[in-house]
Design a protein around this ligand. Sequence first.
Ligand code: LLP
Length: 384
Amino acid sequence: MFADKDISKFNNIETPFYYYDTDLLQKTLSNCAEAAANYQFHIHYALKANFNTVLLNQIKAVGFGADCVSAGEVRRAVEVGFDHQKIVFAGVGKSDKEINEALDLDIFCFNVESIQELEVLNELAAKKGKTAQVAIRINPNVDAHTHHNITTGLDENKFGINSWDLPACADTLKASANLKFIGIHFHIGSQITNLDVYKNLCVRVNEFATWFEDKGFTLKVLNVGGGLGIDYYNPDHQIPDFAAYFKIFNDFLTVKPGQEVHFELGRALVGQSAALITRVLYIKNGKKKNFVVLDAGMTELMRPALYQAYHKIENLTRGAGTAVKYDIVGPICESTDCFGKEVEQPESFRGDVFAIRSAGAYGEVMASKYNLRDAIRSVYSSEI
Ligand code: LLP
């Protein structure tokens, strides 16, 4: 990801900042688009992974749609120029205001997560004299075998409509004159690296599709969500295996004539294309521990503090090396403000530039103002 020229240029840029490799992003997008085109699969990029407009412009340009979880994301997608008819809107807690805004913007589909939401959407659409297209998000009770904080498709999770509520859901759909039921939607979790999980999902999707078809419904859309993981341990493994991922759906999903298969990928598209670049403020050598104190912390990249997520850490100034074990920490007044414990690094010094890799997804967008920190900045490979 880093050419030597970039590293020397980083020395002259105020840290911390997110460094986006827009060439790598382009390669990743093209690779995904080509793999999906083999099966006429439709891709919606999940804005929640990163709603940076520079990236969104690139993503829109390959023809992907947008998967949004708030009116703010819908608005951002429209502003950037995503086709309205390629925007889907999910989320367990859409407010009336958000639903009204999305109705006004004539989005493609609402991924609805409860029977009550169906009723509210029908009522609000009726007031506007509109018909809203809906897909039902079903909780398939499939274990994604990922971190429990980012698993979403089990009975214990708040997402989607549970199978035992589907008969009532079907009745509501039939009774709702201002809703057009177009399909079923699933999303079982994120950072999924065991692709067999998706075979289990396909089996469940087939079962639910048959259940609805037996009730006389026609399903135009099978939306299987996102979740494809990236290799945090080896960020130079830059592009996820999209071909293998899509092949599973081609092999295991029963797709009827006229049916479309939709995906909502976030992390896999943007995750490897950024690093958080930060500088060493201080080195503290203790009796039991050595600390590298960086000028970036959990306010810039929250994943390690929130999920104990692993991100590879590199001292760009010194290169590779394993001379000293450091706890790599940030400046925030919280003990969880730590990017890694006992991380082997070359001996490091004040002013060294560090990269925290694989930070393109759920990095910049989850930054916070805690401790009244300055807003995090972005630098793009195309501009340095
Ligand atoms: N569709 C739905 C309905 C979702 O809830 C999500 C992510 C996606 C698609 C995109 O999933 P992806 O392809 O990016 O895995 N902040 C966490 C991840 C939360 C994911 C939330 N939902 C993290 O930093 O790991």
